[in-house]
Write a protein that binds this ligand. Structure first.
Ligand code: ATP
Ligand code: MG
Length: 313
């Protein structure tokens, strides 16, 4: 069986319950919720009963505990998460604006996960995995970038594959070395999962078709474009396929892309046809937005099957 690895930030998310512009006034909050894009991704992989592991670092505090307990309960191998008693678990405060955009206050680089390292135990864990998923948001510190690139090489040396979701946030795009790191990961990816303008990050192309052709010509095997409520499209050398999104009420969009990607990659690795992988991924993203909290909307396979069949009746 394939085992999927990711490396990156584990955070708690604290959500403002009232919409508005950022955090310059006191505002009611709810949380902590387990979060961090790679953590959400790997939790969704675990919930699908697909073997999975994450290399990360948390503090010896309740915020770390919230994440360790959830990931373990959902079947993720947490042996690669170091608990650092002297550090504090990362956090993200998020508040929605009326137009649907989000303001974040992140504590990532200076938290426990700012000092993720590939120690001997993590190297052995990477050697046991056959696929590596990278979130662009995880390229926030040079040492983490180094760990991710080293793990990619380990997994590829064992014949494994790599997927990459740029998952960009304006708040962290200008971290030192971020753009160069994004480019290096893209060059090693087999599956690329951009949303919106992320498709055009590293191409001069002006149209979507040109950008896709350039990416597929550069060694990427599969491009999946996420389109929010509109659904998603799949592209490889032979197949172009677009499926509409499932009609649901969007309560909280955070985590949709991560659950979508986790479900797509799990199905793809297990040899699913593009239509099936895309349909289950769409269902996973749709279910994620129906529930408040970043990781709260992750789905089991049975939940996805029930969700899809209820909408085919
Ligand atoms: P994130 O904010 O988590 O990074 P993203 O930009 O990576 O998200 P989106 O395109 O927002 O990704 O969402 C991923 C997938 O989730 C979509 O392709 C779609 O399948 C599903 N999805 C997202 N929003 C909705 C919605 N409102 N209704 C139905 N499905 C949705
Ligand atoms: Mg995303």
């Amino acid at each position: 069986m394939h085992k999927i690895l990711t490396i990156g930030e584990i955070l708690v998310e604290i959500i403002a319950t009232e919409k508005g512009d950022g955090f310059r006034q006191a505002t009611p909050l709810v949380g902590p919720f387990p979060s961090g894009a790679p953590a959400i991704f790997i939790d969704q992989v675990g919930k699908l009963s697909q073997a999975s592991a994450i290399i990360s670092r948390v503090g010896g505090d309740d915020f770390g505990h919230v994440n360790l307990a959830r990931l373990e309960a959902d079947g993720v191998d947490i042996s690669g998460i170091t608990v650092d008693p002297l550090a504090t678990t990362g956090s993200a405060f998020v508040r929605y604006r009326d137009d649907g955009s989000r303001a974040f206050v992140f504590n990532i680089r200076d938290s426990a996960c700012g000092s993720i390292r590939l120690d001997d135990k993590a190297i052995a864990l990477a050697q046991s995995c056959s696929h590596m998923h990278v979130m662009g948001s995880s390229l926030y510190a040079p040492s983490v970038v180094e760990s991710i690139l080293a793990a990619i090489d380990i997994v590829k040396a064992g014949g494994g594959t790599v997927s990459f979701d740029p998952n960009l946030r304006a708040e962290i795009l200008e971290s030192p070395g971020m753009r160069e790191a994004l480019r290096m990961v893209l060059a090693k990816a087999d599956v690329f999962l951009p949303s919106g303008a992320e498709l055009f990050l590293f191409t001069e192309a002006k149209t979507e078709a040109d950008a896709i052709a350039e990416l597929l010509g550069s060694g990427i095997k599969v491009v999946v474009v996420k389109r929010g409520a509109e659904g998603a499209s799949y592209f490889d050398a032979e197949t172009t396929l677009t499926l509409p999104g499932f009609a649901v009420e969007e309560v909280d969009p955070t985590g949709a892309g991560d659950c979508f990607g986790a479900t797509f990659v799990s199905f793809w690795l297990n040899g699913a046809a593009p239509h099936e992988a895309l349909e289950f991924a769409n269902a996973s993203g749709a279910r994620a937005v129906m529930i408040s909290g970043p990781m709260e909307g992750a789905s089991t396979r049975a939940e996805l099957e029930a969700f899809i069949s209820a909408r085919k009746d």
